[in-house]
Design a protein. Structure first.
Lengths: 211, 250
């Protein structure tokens, strides 16, 4: 098992070691006597990435823009780790869940907005953040990552979860990945690629730094 | 090229004001808010942002459930209309049913096929109601089930109206004719309306039924209020109600 960021630990739950952070439970996950709650890596791609790849370099108090926060599983754990998280989600029906998750997390900032229109939240999300984490099921994933570069500091990093089938269900995933990565190249320099599914085919995480 | 730049959230009602045309480059808002005296410290700035964004979200929650509760109410009405039609078609078919050993008239066969097709569609609508209640009224759904939740919202004329009704009214929703008869001096006051279909009421003994209905109606009105004002499931409340209903059934 590789290194973990501050605020995340392997803890025993039901006889096996699982990733955990410390905070109020939000989706019915188990909590141990010391207040650590399981980070369900089936529900959270960031959790799965930590499991597969180790710490991408998260540091406490650094700022994150998270696009595609959905009902808030991943962002709740990131906030538990002491990161400052702007959580953007398009689906208005996620608002109720994000409201719950942010209640006990004073540095988790939920925003219902369209990640394809960063102008819509440029008056809310601050500049010079350390991380852009993107998990959107959209055909223009490279374009979204490029347009949201504006929130990152010059030494900022991004993690982009690419789901091949959301982009083109007919092309081979390898072709789709190559195409998305080529379109990221102007703005980002890719430093790592992590296969996110067992077959390594459909789902990839790309870690990149700002050029 | 940078025009006027974005207006920060703290100078507007929402998420700030910016467009790609006039310039939408984010700024270091926390430092700017402190420098311009809007916040006393960066920590205070973040606390204010947090509370501002959460109140924005509360508005979103209300808007979503307001639009969807109308869809739910109309879906329930459509389901009731189709169920009534199924019953009607079935009765007319029974009229045409042939005596034993005789061949059925053609209209009978057509009628039964229509009945089966309509019945299939009620299944689809029940699934829709199941789905809609998860979003519109998760607390009510956890206590009353999807169908009864939809019926209550339909009887009340929407989630907001249901949330504002006293629990005594919720108890007799759907029993208006019996209630008005009672108020005009005919008959006893009704013990329950549509909540009769709830297992806790239906399975209560005749003597306990009024008590169970009253307790249940109280919990349902609280559930409707949580659904309307907060919008997300309150697991503690739901577990408490289930416990209370088990006690009262004994």
């Amino acid at each position: 098992m590789s290194d973990l960021p501050v605020g995340v630990q392997w803890r025993p739950f039901g006889g096996r070691q699982r990733l955990a952070t410390r905070g109020d439970p939000v989706y019915g996950e188990p909590v141990d006597a010391e207040g650590w709650r399981v980070w369900d890596t089936n529900r959270s791609k960031v959790g799965a990435l930590l499991e597969k790849h180790g710490d991408p370099g998260f540091e406490p108090n650094s700022g994150v823009l998270y696009l595609g926060a959905a009902t808030g599983t991943s962002v709740s754990h990131l906030a538990d780790m002491g990161l400052l998280v702007y959580a953007v989600e398009l689906a208005a029906y996620a608002a109720g869940a994000l409201l719950e998750v942010s209640e006990s997390r004073p540095r988790l900032f939920p925003i219902i907005a369209d990640a394809r229109q960063p102008a819509g939240y440029a008056g809310t999300v601050e500049a010079d953040l350390s991380w852009l984490i993107q998990d959107v099921a959209s055909a223009d994933q490279a374009q979204i990552a490029t347009a949201n570069r504006r929130f990152l500091a010059d030494d900022g990093m991004s993690i982009i979860f690419i789901k091949a089938r959301s982009i083109d269900a007919t092309a081979s995933p390898a072709t789709v990945f190559a195409d998305v990565e080529a379109r990221l190249e102007d703005t980002y320099e890719i430093t790592a690629r992590v296969a996110m599914d067992r077959t390594h085919e459909d789902h990839r995480a790309v870690i990149a730094k700002v050029r | 090229m940078d025009g006027e730049g974005p207006v920060p959230w703290y100078a507007t009602d929402g998420y700030g004001d910016s467009t790609e045309q006039r310039g939408a480059m984010p700024q270091r808002w926390p430092a700017m808010a402190v420098a311009s005296g809007v916040s006393d410290s960066v920590d205070e700035y973040y606390d204010e942002l947090h509370s501002h964004l959460r109140s924005q979200l509360r508005t979103e929650v209300r808007e979503v459930s307001e639009a969807e509760d109308v869809e739910l109410l109309r879906t329930e009405r459509l389901l009731q209309a189709i169920e009534a039609a199924v019953g009607d078609v079935s009765d007319r078919c029974d009229d045409l049913a042939p005596p034993d050993g005789m061949e059925a008239p053609p209209a009978y066969t057509v009628g039964r096929a229509a009945e089966a097709a309509l019945h299939d569609h009620t299944e689809g609508l029940r699934e829709l109601i199941d789905h809609l209640t998860r979003r519109v009224s998760p607390n009510l759904r956890a206590i009353a089930g999807p169908r009864l939740s939809a019926q209550l919202i339909e009887e009340a004329g929407g989630l907001q109206r249901l949330a504002r009704k006293p629990s005594g009214t919720v108890q007799v929703l759907g029993a208006e004719s019996a209630l008005f008869a009672h108020l005009q001096g005919r008959g006893t006051s009704p013990k329950h309306g549509v909540i009769y279909t709830h297992p806790a009421v239906r399975h209560a003994s005749q003597a306990d039924r009024g008590t169970v209905a009253r307790v249940l109606a109280g919990k349902l009105s609280i559930a409707a209020r949580i659904d309307y004002y907060r919008g997300s499931p309150d697991e503690e409340f739901i577990a408490d109600v289930r416990r209370r209903l088990r006690e009262v059934r004994r």
